[in-house]
Design a protein around this ligand. Sequence first.
Ligand SMILES: [Zn+2]
Length: 356
Amino acid sequence: MAPQLPPDSHYMQLPREVLIGKQVAPQVGTTLVRLGIRGRALIVTGPKVKDIAADIVLASLNNTGFIAHTCVVEGSTTDQVLLVENQIHELNPDIIVGVGGGKDIDVAKLSSVHTSKPFLSVPTAASHDGIASPLVSMKGLDRPYSYVAQSPVAIVADTSIIGRSPYRLIASGCGDVVAKYTAVRDWKLAHRIKNEYYGDYAAELAIMSSRLVMKNPSSIRMVSESGVRTLVEALMSCGVAMSIAGTSRPCSGAEHLFSHYLTMTAPTPALHGEQCGVGTILCAYLHGANWELIKDVLHKIGAPTTAKELGIEPKYVIDALTNAHTIRPERYTILGESGLTKEAAERVATVTGVIG
Ligand SMILES: [Zn+2]
C-alpha cells in the first residue's frame, strides 16, 4: 500500500534484485535469503508450467530451508485470487512466489497485495510487461485496464525457460514493448494539452525499451539467448518505468485503449501484446510518426500487423478506433476526447494496411 505523502511528493516502489539468465530459476531460495526473507513460502503457478518451472522453484525453496507449498491456479479471475487468499490466510507464508505467465503472476501479485505479503516474480513467458511491473489487470475487476498493486521484491527471469515458451507469446511481448513508441507520445501530448505530470526519466526508460526491441528483430525471431534476453530486459525496463512514474502512463497510451477495447468486444480477441502492436501502427500514423517502421519491425518479428492476422473482423477494429477513448476518459491520448469519426478510422486502418 502506497504511503500517504504531502502534496508534490513522489513514491517509487522498485524490485531490489533482478536475476536474468540461463538456469537462474534454482536461485529463488538464495535470492530470498539474501533479501532477509525466510520461513514459509507459497508458490502460485499454473498447470502448464508446474513441471517445467514451479517444481524447480519448490526444490530451490526446500534446499534453502523454506517450508513451501504450491497453489495451482486456473487462469486469472477474481475467484482464483480468492482461492489463493484463502491459502495465504491458512498457511501464513512470509513470501508469495508467482511462477508462470502474465496471468499466474497477476494472481500472485493481486493476492499478495490484498494480504500485505511481499511477492517475487518468476516469469516463464515474456508475453507482456506485467511480469516485472507493479500493475495488475484481470477480468472481473471493475476496470478493463491495469492499475497499481505492488512491485515484486525480486524478479528471477530464467531465459532457458522463457525461450522454450510458445513463440506467439514472445512475439506478443514484443508488441507490448513496441507500444511504448506511441504511449510516450500520448503522455507528452497529455502533458502539453492537459498539464498532466510528465517524467522524463520514466519516459526515456520506456522509449529505450521499444528501441531495444526495434533494433533486434532478427535475434528475437531466432529465439537466440541474446534475443530472449533483449526482450526480457526491455520488459523489465518497462516495469521499472511504471514503478518510477507510479502509473502505467509511460507504457500505455491509445494503442493500449485500442487493445483493451478489442479484448472487451471482439468475439475471439488476440493476445494483449499482439493487439497493442497493431494499435501502435494505427496510433503512430495518427501521431504523424513512422508507422511503416513499426509495421516492418512487427512483421520481421512475426507478430500480427493486420486485422486478419489478429483473427478479428475489420468492423471490430473500426469500432475500437472510434470508441476506445470512452473506456478511460481521464487518460488523454491522440484519440482525443470524442474519438475518431468512422470515416477517419476507416482511413487510418486502410492507409496502414491494417484492414483491406
Ligand atoms: Zn501492455
